[in-house]
Write a new protein. Sequence first.
Length: 192
Amino acid sequence: MVETTGLNNRVYQMLSQKSSKVAVDILGMRLSTNYKSKFTEIMITETEAFGRQKTDPMSLVNMFNRKFPESLPKGPPHILVLKSYGENRSLYLLTSKKGSCEAVLIRSGEVLLGKSYVESRRKVKMKTNKVTGPGNITKGLGIDLVNDGEDLFFGSLNLAPRIHPVDRAIATQRKNAKPKDKNLWRYSLVQK
């Protein structure tokens, strides 16, 4: 059991659920970083859940087959940062419990604070506050492989409660889902 108090305890309890439940519960929550006095914060608007090896054909353990990242079995409140397409990185929040290898991928968000820092890190002028795609999320927040395995409560990343109620989420199949995968584990925040 992780030693937590107050808000951290509530976040830890939420992350200790199954990944499919966490993926919905973190919609609308705020994810922030503060690197070199450059504070950035997004509201999470899209996630993807990845379950256990035996119940989820697209689980991260199944993706990596024999050699999977050392941080994957750490469980909450740790994060997993993986190299994805090309030089892109993907951010996963580890869920359930230690050893379960369940995780939630952060797919998109809306910039709340530090838009100029997000733009300079991504080297692009943004027309809206939306950041779409796991690689753009990590690049915009300044997250890299050195952050892999960090503790959300003591690392450079922070997960905070939502600032307004979430009306509902839309559930769809994950990106690149296999034909036999019937899990609707990709969740998007419905915004008015």
